[in-house]
Design a protein around this ligand. Structure first.
Ligand code: GLN
Length: 251
């Protein structure tokens, strides 16, 4: 059986989800672009269309967005986008408070918080959507990660960051690390959950191996826009195989 949608693919579209990728030019490492492709493909399998939009530093922020997604970046990339991010902070905060689903990976996750103080002492202010702060160190946290989430089951991915993130009381961890480090080298927390935001250190990219996270974001976007979500039948056997394989990898 071909993985993907197992039902009739000729049905008319149930609607269109506008996905905005934040800063793909400067914040898009370790295959994070794959997350956008997964959302687009799963939307198709569920019977919806995706419209892919991009916002880079200096662009005008689009009027209507249903789902936001952004990836990781070098410290230098984070410096490049910081001003633009600040100028859109109020709007992004309003979208988040309104329940817009968002996926923020690694470098963008850090900047959704209060600040990232890099290992060389540069202070990059964040937009404070998430009650977190990040401190760079000399040690890089690198390797495969498995983390247990009540909401999404085991979450699989790959981390590579010098920033160590600490959660405040305003957010909850996405998952508890069972292999690897996650947010920092001390507390076993990986990522953060708040409103309809999923934030994570995990690349890989994250969504191909974690379809439950992808479908959470899709369901929130579609429900907000159309009142309800009618999932298609999706065969996730390949994703399951990838998860099983990832689970056996050494750190
Ligand atoms: N530059 C940040 C760090 O090293 C984020 C890295 C990343 O996005 N992978 O912590």
């Amino acid at each position: 059986m071909t993985p993907g949608n197992t039902s009739n693919e000729q049905l008319p579209s149930k609607g269109t989800v506008r996905i905005l990728q934040l800063y793909p030019r400067d914040m898009n490492i370790y295959g994070d672009w794959g997350n956008v492709l997964v959302l687009k493909q799963r939307l198709a399998w569920h019977g919806y269309d995706a419209m892919l939009l991009e916002h880079n530093a200096g662009d005008t922020f689009p009027d209507e967005v249903d789902l936001l997604i952004g990836g990781g970046g070098q410290d230098s990339g984070q410096v490049v986008i910081q001003q633009d991010l600040q100028s859109n902070a109020a709007h992004l905060r309003a979208l988040a408070e309104d329940g817009t689903p968002m996926l923020a990976i690694c470098g963008l996750y850090q900047l959704f918080g209060r600040f990232f103080k890099t290992h060389d002492g540069t202070l990059i202010p964040g937009i404070g959507i998430l009650d977190i702060e990040t401190h760079g160190g000399d040690e890089r946290l690198i390797g495969n990660v498995v983390a247990r989430s009540e909401e999404f089951g085991d979450v699989h991915g790959y981390e590579n960051h010098s920033g160590q993130t600490f959660l405040g009381p305003g957010v909850r961890p996405l998952a508890t690390v069972t292999k690897g480090e996650g947010n920092n080298s001390t507390d076993n927390h990986e990522g953060a959950r708040h409103l309809n935001i999923v934030a994570s250190y995990l690349h890989g990219s994250l969504l191909p191996k974690n379809p439950a996270v992808a479908d959470f974001l899709i369901e929130q976007a579609v429900t907000r826009k159309y009142g309800s979500f009618e999932p298609g039948e999706v065969d996730d056997s390949l994703a399951e195989l990838a998860r099983q394989h990832a689970g056996t990898r050494p750190r």
